[in-house]
Write a protein of this length. Structure first.
Lengths: 267, 826
């Protein structure tokens, strides 16, 4: 991967923030990119359908959270089909090493369109199902980052971070145990839910019952990340539920993830 | 537009039926048959009007009038004349609303009130830049939730969101709040046929708010729960929304020639007669068609397209389709015509439908959700249409605003209605109601438990008071609401900087949420935020609704004060829920509460900016007796937080800090949690707004100087529960000396000092080095250092005789506080 494969940027890489009916974290995701020097643009999936927008003009793609198409059929399913149909170039975009992030509903769409776990054939090998608790839940969780992973989004972050999750269908399931072994081998498990002392424990530490406590996946090359937690909701220290008890924190750790992508494009 | 001349008049109300000549009894039966909820006087007025016009009303006209004149839409009781007597004095209100709540706002004339009582929501100025405003609205959706809790709550939240979308030229919703009043979830007593078990109702309304609010991408981060078995037939569901709009978008206007444009979902048969249905006591449980069906995705599409259209200035006015559907929405907008007479011509066949077999009057009156009506200058329509179509929703011209002063509705060339706007909106006869209030009729209250239950009583109290505290914390009206809150996405839009759950483990009960609406303003460096708090306590209202209103106002303000909001720039919203106003005693209580609102607004210097009343919350129980709800008032307060980075939470921050109790503790246990649990009476709490205002200013000054580490208001369960909540949220203990508390009279029992619910009190944690500085801020305010925080995770209270009267381990009391809802809702 070389920056030469990026579209030319005048310092502020163009970030595509994808919208579909029911998307609802688009604005804060765009704000996070903007705060770290990106140039976000909210683009509706309809504009790809009508071929009004060209995907390869962008340096970064972000698929934000929400309830695209009302979560009808299954969370992210309709959007995933639309991405497959109208944004065919996205596979090429990933292969070229350009940064892609799918957050919450965006992660669900990446998984259901076969982009994560990444396979050359585009086969879908994972999916999401309802939380073990049986309900939508919003809470902050402890996350351990895979320091072995190539993920460009999480480079330089502390191994243990905190982020909020908010979802009802966040339990990641894999087609077979073989796929879990593959993910481990490829260092594709970028984030895991852990207890505050870093252990892989069950509910509520693992808020949804995901296999192997998986909170986020990356492709082996590390440029495409999907995660259930919301980094765009932790961009200032005042987002943390405990900020009134702390003085050490300077900014939200989520902001660093967006900065990583922007810097990558600028380098 | 269609030429009106060749129009045929639609059939009268019913084939061959002559409305204008029917005997009164038959007219009454007709009103009952069609569910109009019109009174005899109103029916006679309609008859007289059409006699004068010289023709029979059509079904569409009769339905439109019934709709427009319903209690739900016109608030006849609140706006109408009331003859009130309290045994000593009597007073005639020409309009209760105008002479209490509106009057206080007018008298106060606060500069931040940009639009009050006239639009779909109250609008106040927001932020330092002067570029923004907040639209705030709280609605009730009680009748539908009694029948179908999930759908009722969904459409309740959907409706209040549209109110804010339809305020000014449209505000972006940035916060939802939800407050439920229900019977205890484990109520196992008898219920009439068709009534739902209260636990099921609670699960249903929580799920409804969750599924709608979460899909809308609006954080639900405020509200409350109140349990009383008298809500078993009539649960109350309050839904609130706060939106942000540019200051230039506060006013709407309509010009003759503007297109009437319907946007959003299609029209179906769901929700017919919602307004008239909720304007009567519920007789049977069968009218499920009166409850609408929610579709949050459609509303989200409308929201996203509308705000873009607003910023491109593609329309001149907007309002939502709520009760009465198109009839109210078009009627309301037609009135916005300024100097011209107003009026509109609507062609119903153009409206997109869910099913093709709708009668024309049904299209006109349907309350199908997710629809809004815009007044659009013709040249911008094509662009507007493209915007809504791109989101995948409808945008259809259904008519034109005219200056004719008439509301004309047609369907395929047949006239469905042709009504004079003046008669429709101002022709309603005023009915004088009678209201009485007598102190004697209230339950007798006993004086507070006297000091000293005998020498050495302290030791005996040690276990007893600890036990009371534990039971209070576990009481459903105090216990942790985490089970509910976690189901709501309370952080979407990344602006919830003070969350509903606070403290070391993110599970303590915050006083209020603080919202930094950056997703609406996109102004990353502007740290302006706002806070929303609530006051609700029907138990006080059972003693005296006047003091209930004062206490609710006082508590709502203290919620805001404790998170660091500027309460000197606060605004109130009122939501009254009452039983039938036709019973003079009930109406007497309502008048008392309205008088309380007036005096609270004036006393605290806080204007009301919006409100709503929901009456007729009563139903026949299993034995056929009328069961009304306790008179209930929800006061919602909103205030700016000038710098969100200076906000304060309730959790103790460290050991060895001073605890300062602000305010005087009195023997006010009437209606209190202690009173309910121990069967004791006492005086209902009576705030003194003047003294309270001074105390609030002092606390605000201390917070502004960053001297306050944590703060919490004292409400249900008084000092005891406030102390416990602060302690277990921060995981530091406390030792308290009750003899340090300022009380009046000077001699009160340990129990009363711990659990009295005297208003206007706040508990502060401050660093010992700042004691003096804080006391200087509180100069002239009754405030005392009453103890300190400890590393030992125990709260220890020494009584007036110096002995330990309460000793509770944080782990135990927190467990008791957290256990209740999950167990009740297992």
């Amino acid at each position: 991967m070389t920056p030469a494969r990026q579209p030319r940027t005048s310092g502020r890489p163009k970030v595509l923030v994808l919208r579909a009916p029911g998307t609802n974290c688009d604005v804060e995701t765009a704000l996070a990119f903007k705060a770290v020097g990106g140039e976000p643009e909210l683009v509706s999936i309809a504009d790809f359908k009508s071929a009004k927008v060209r995907l390869m003009e962008f340096a970064v793609i972000a698929i934000p959270g929400g309830f695209s198409y009302g979560d009808d059929v299954a969370a992210g399913k309709i959007l995933a089909n639309q991405v497959k149909l109208y944004m065919r170039e996205i596979r090429n975009f990933v292969r070229l090493g350009r940064p892609v992030i799918g957050i919450c509903n965006g992660f669900q769409a990446l998984v259901k369109s076969g982009l994560l776990p990444f396979s050359a054939a585009g086969e879908q090998t994972a999916s999401f199902t309802g939380n073990d608790s049986g309900r939508f839940e919003a809470r902050w969780v402890h996350i351990r980052l895979n320091t072995q992973s190539m993920c460009l989004w999480t480079q330089g972050l502390p191994e243990m971070i905190e982020l909020p999750v908010a979802h009802g269908e966040g339990k990641l399931v894999l087609k077979s145990p073989r796929h879990l072994e593959e993910l481990k081998k490829n260092k594709s498990i970028a984030l895991q839910y852990v207890s505050d002392d870093g252990k892989l424990l069950g509910y509520p530490h693992n808020p949804n019952g995901s296999v192997f406590n998986i909170a986020g996946l990356t492709n082996p090359e590390g440029n495409c990340l999907g995660l259930m937690p919301h980094p765009e909701r932790f961009t200032t220290r005042h987002h943390h539920p405990n900020w009134t008890r702390q003085t050490f924190m300077k900014e939200g750790v989520g902001l660093e993830m967006f900065r990583n992508a922007v810097r990558y494009c600028q380098s | 537009m269609t030429d009106l001349a060749p129009l045929r008049q639609a059939q009268p109300v019913e084939e061959g039926l002559r409305f204008t000549t029917l005997p009164p009894k038959d007219l009454r039966n007709l009103s009952a048959k069609f569910g109009w909820s019109l009174s005899d006087v109103e029916l006679e007025d309609i008859r007289a009007h059409f006699k004068k016009v010289g023709r029979e009303p059509t079904r569409g006209e009769a339905e439109t009038i019934a709709q427009t004149w319903s209690e739900h839409c016109k608030h006849k009781t609140f706006n109408g004349p009331i003859r009130y007597s309290d045994g000593k004095k009597s007073r005639l209100f020409k309009s209760l609303f105008a002479e209490t709540i509106v009057k206080a706002t007018k008298d106060l004339s606060k500069p931040w009130c940009l639009s009050v009582f006239k639009d779909n929501a109250g609008i106040v100025a927001f932020g330092k830049s002067g570029r923004w405003a907040l639209a705030v609205k709280v609605e009730t959706h009680n009748h539908p939730c009694a029948i179908e809790p999930y759908g009722g709550a969904e459409t309740g939240i959907g409706g209040v969101i549209r109110d804010v979308l339809g305020a000014g030229l449209g505000a972006k919703p940035v916060l939802n709040t939800d407050t439920f009043c229900l019977a205890y979830p484990d109520y196992a007593g008898p219920l009439p046929e068709g009534s739902l078990q209260p636990g099921r109702t609670l699960r249903g309304v929580v799920a409804g708010v969750r599924d709608y609010g979460n899909r809308m991408g609006i954080p639900t981060a405020g509200g409350g729960l109140w349990f009383d078995d008298d809500y078993r037939l009539n649960p109350l569901v309050f839904c609130g929304t706060v939106g942000v709009l540019p200051a230039w978008a506060v006013r709407k206007s309509v010009k003759p020639g503007d297109l009437v444009v319907a946007v959003g979902g299609p029209t179906g048969r769901d929700g017919l007669h919602g307004a008239t249905f909720s304007s009567a006591a519920m007789a049977g449980r069968s009218d499920r068609a009166a409850v609408q069906i929610g579709h949050p995705l459609n509303e989200k599409r409308v929201l996203d397209a509308l705000l873009v259209a607003r910023d491109r200035k593609l329309y001149r006015a907007v309002t939502d389709c709520g009760a009465g559907g198109f009839s109210s929405a078009v009627g309301e907008l037609a009135k916005e015509c300024g100097a011209c007479a107003g009026g509109a011509l609507v062609e119903l066949e153009k409206a997109p439908l869910k099913c093709s077999d709708l009668e024309p009057w049904e299209i006109w009156l349907s309350e199908s959700q997710e629809r809004m009506v815009l007044a659009v200058p013709a040249k911008g329509f094509a662009e507007l249409e493209r915007l809504f179509r791109a989101e995948g929703t409808n945008c259809t011209v259904i008519g034109e605003f005219t200056g004719s002063g008439r509301l004309v509705v047609t369907h395929k060339g047949v006239k469905v209605a042709d009504l004079d706007m003046g008669f429709l909106h101002d022709g309603m006869p005023k009915v004088e109601r009678r209201a009485v209030w007598s102190d004697g009729a209230r339950p007798k209250t006993r004086p507070p438990a006297a000091y000293a239950r005998g020498a050495g009583a302290g030791h005996a109290d040690r276990g007893r008071l600890s036990g009371i505290l534990t039971r209070m914390l576990a009481h459903p009206n105090v216990c942790s609401r985490e089970w509910v809150i976690r189901q709501y996405d309370h952080e979407v839009q990344a602006g919830t900087v003070i969350k509903p759950l606070q403290g070391l483990r993110h599970d303590g009960p915050g006083d209020a949420c603080v919202i930094w609406p950056v997703a609406a303003t996109s102004e990353w460096n502007d740290r302006s935020g706002f806070a929303v708090g609530h006051g609700l306590n029907p138990s006080y209202g059972k003693l005296d609704p006047y003091w209930m209103a004062m206490c609710c106002a006082d508590e709502a303000l203290r919620n805001l004060l404790c998170v660091g909001a500027d309460v000197s720039k606060a605004s109130f919203l009122d939501n009254f829920c009452w039983a039938s106003p036709e019973a003079p005693e009930q109406l007497g209580g309502l008048v008392r509460a309205a008088l309380g609102c007036h005096d609270a607004a004036k006393g605290y210097g806080v204007p009301f900016i919006s409100g709503k009343d929901s009456l007729y919350n009563q139903s026949r129980d299993e034995k056929g007796r009328e069961l009304g709800i306790p008179g209930t008032l929800l006061i919602t307060a909103v205030a700016p937080v000038p710098d969100i980075t200076q906000a304060v939470t309730l959790d103790f921050k460290g050991p060895g800090n001073s605890l300062i109790l602000v305010g005087v503790t009195k023997g006010e246990t009437g209606g209190s949690l202690l009173g309910q649990m121990e069967g004791e009476g006492g005086e209902v709490p009576k705030p003194d707004p003047k003294a309270a205002g001074k105390a609030f200013r002092g606390v605000a000054a201390a917070i502004a100087k960053k001297l306050v580490l944590s703060s919490h208001d004292l409400s249900e369960g008084g000092l005891g529960t406030a102390l416990a909540e602060m302690a277990f949220s921060g995981e530091f203990g406390a030792s308290l000396e009750l003899d340090q508390a300022l009380t009046s009279p000077p001699m009160l029992s340990d129990e009363t000092i711990l659990f009295s619910e005297s208003p206007s009190r706040v508990l502060l944690e401050v660093s010992p080095k700042d004691d003096l500085a804080v006391m200087r801020c509180l100069k002239g305010v009754p405030a005392r250092r009453i103890g300190s925080t400890t590393a030992n995770p125990v709260i220890k209270v020494s009584g007036l005789d110096g002995s330990i009267v309460l000793e509770s381990h944080l782990v135990d009391i927190k467990a008791a506080w957290q256990r209740t809802l999950p167990e009740l809702l297992k």
